[in-house]
Design a protein. Structure first.
Length: 485
């Protein structure tokens, strides 16, 4: 049942009243503030009606909480470049209010919907990270709180909420449309940065933070709406892969062409990020896709073509005048300075963690260490990989537990997708599955898995890939009909 049908007339009236009233009040306040020349405060006030409307929507129907969480994950980093304040914490507020709204409205018999492997795997990982508060090397609870959010807290909230509220094939359809819609916009925004230039907020971020890593060989790396070019490139490669797989699906020609155009647009967005790691999203994703469709002849041809491309990049200098080709070529250079530094750092970290099977504690590695443990040993060593970060802060024990949860999704996702009968659902699951595996592989080289927006997309993908047999049968017990909304 769609949320509109579940929301009472009174709730709809309250939503409309809250929306109109908050925008009206904010408009008046903004006009007064801008007349004084205080742009930052004016922009902060501009967010008020959106915050009020979000809260009203979430309590009217918790389903909206997941939708807002997904949309906000794409934009909040960009907003922080124009408006000062801890806007990232609004993600916590959205999820917290959605949990409260769900608890207030759901029938308790519906809790059985959480009886899934992915729920237990995520909860075990979350419990482990909570116990990291007892780690003797972790002495700052504030650092632990801020760091645990992206590592496990958001997953521990998003996965159960999706199991209860966002579990139908129509939700998967919405999920894919949202990814592709925002990715097309982000791709064009990145092109704007490259061709027209940075606006005042982006320029301020670039001058204070991003210039060291985002201006290489006299060229700007597009970061679009996201935290950095690596996250931008990975997200665009992920979206491009999904669109291109759908373009190969059992759909009418007009829809296939639309998906193909979207895939090309997002691929351009990937290339202008000049990020090398996201290439593995496309390569590994298509390898798994070919396995799933059992086209081993195409896989063999693809392997040959891939070997030719590898040889072109590895053993020639053709095209080096093109910046994107040059950047991809450096990814295959074993003597690349960036790679050598990373390997040296990992060797140092391995020695440091020899007697720390549980790691150094959450919030003690590079970024958070600089903020909350200045001068510490780990504050001086960059953590350039998602899994290295997990390893450093949670030890080999935590890394094994974390990778078990991800491996569970990879194995069950492959099994479920392979056995899916519905051709439309199967094609969409193959797109999501290949993209998920690709992001996991890319995360060995970049800390992208838990960052916005990919964190939200990965957590919900985990749910779709593990409950897909219920969607395939079209008689799933997972239904929002049990919600009293």
């Amino acid at each position: 049942m769609r949320p509109q049908a579940q929301t009472s007339a009174l709730s709809q009236s309250l939503i409309s009243l809250g929306l109109v009233g908050s925008f009206l009040i904010a408009g008046i306040v903004i006009a007064v503030i801008l007349s004084t020349g205080n742009i930052n405060t004016g922009l902060q006030v501009l967010l008020i009606p959106f915050i009020i409307t979000s809260i009203v929507l979430i309590f009217a129907n918790p389903y909206f909480g997941i939708i807002i969480y997904l949309h906000y994950s794409f934009v909040f980093v960009a907003i922080t470049r124009y408006v000062s304040g801890p806007l990232g914490l609004f993600v916590d507020i959205i999820l917290f209010l959605t949990v409260l709204s769900t608890l207030a409205k759901i029938e308790w018999k519906s809790i059985r919907q959480l009886n899934t492997g992915i729920f237990y795997a995520i909860m075990a990982w979350f419990l482990y990270t909570v116990l990291q508060l007892l780690n003797p090397d972790s002495t700052n609870p504030t650092a632990w709180f801020y760091a645990i959010r992206g590592i496990s807290l958001y997953a521990a909230a998003a996965v159960p909420l999706a199991l209860l509220l966002y579990n139908k094939q129509k939700d998967l359809d919405h999920f894919i449309k949202l990814i592709l819609g925002w990715s097309v916009f982000a791709s064009f925004w990145g092109l704007k940065q490259i061709t027209i230039g940075l606006d005042f907020g982006e320029q301020r971020w670039f001058d204070t933070i991003g210039n060291v890593t985002h201006f290489i060989d006299g060229r700007l790396r597009a970061f679009s709406l996201f935290s950095d070019a690596g996250q931008n490139g990975t997200t665009m490669a992920y979206a491009s892969f999904i669109a291109l797989v759908l373009a190969l699906g059992p759909y009418e020609r007009k829809l296939k062409i639309r998906y193909l155009i979207i895939g090309i647009i997002c691929f351009v967005g990937f290339t202008i990020s000049a990020s090398r790691g996201p290439l593995y999203v496309m390569v590994s994703g298509f390898i798994f896709y070919l396995f799933l469709i059992k086209r081993f002849r195409i896989l063999a041809i693809g392997t040959i073509v891939g070997a030719m491309v590898f040889a072109f990049l590895k053993f020639t200098y053709i095209g080096n005048t093109n910046y994107q080709i040059f950047r991809l070529r450096t990814a295959l250079d074993p003597n690349d300075a960036s790679l050598l530094v990373r390997l040296s750092n990992q060797k140092t970290l391995r020695q440091y963690l020899e007697n720390r099977p549980f790691g150094s504690g959450i919030g003690t590695s590079y970024y958070w260490a600089n903020k909350y443990y200045p001068g510490s040993f780990l504050s001086k060593i960059p953590v350039d990989s998602w899994f290295v970060n997990i390893w450093v802060e949670n030890g080999v024990v935590g890394l094994a537990l974390h990778f078990f949860a991800i491996s569970y999704v990879i194995v069950m996702g492959f099994y479920n997708t392979y056995r899916t009968k519905n051709p439309d659902l199967k094609q969409k699951l193959m797109a999501i599955y290949g993209g998920f595996v690709g992001v996991v592989i890319a995360s060995f080289g970049n800390p992208v898995f838990g960052q916005a927006p990919l964190g939200a997309l990965m957590y919900l993908s985990m749910v779709f890939l593990t409950i897909s047999p219920l969607m395939d049968k079209d008689k799933s017990e997972l239904s929002r009909n049990n919600l009293l909304v």
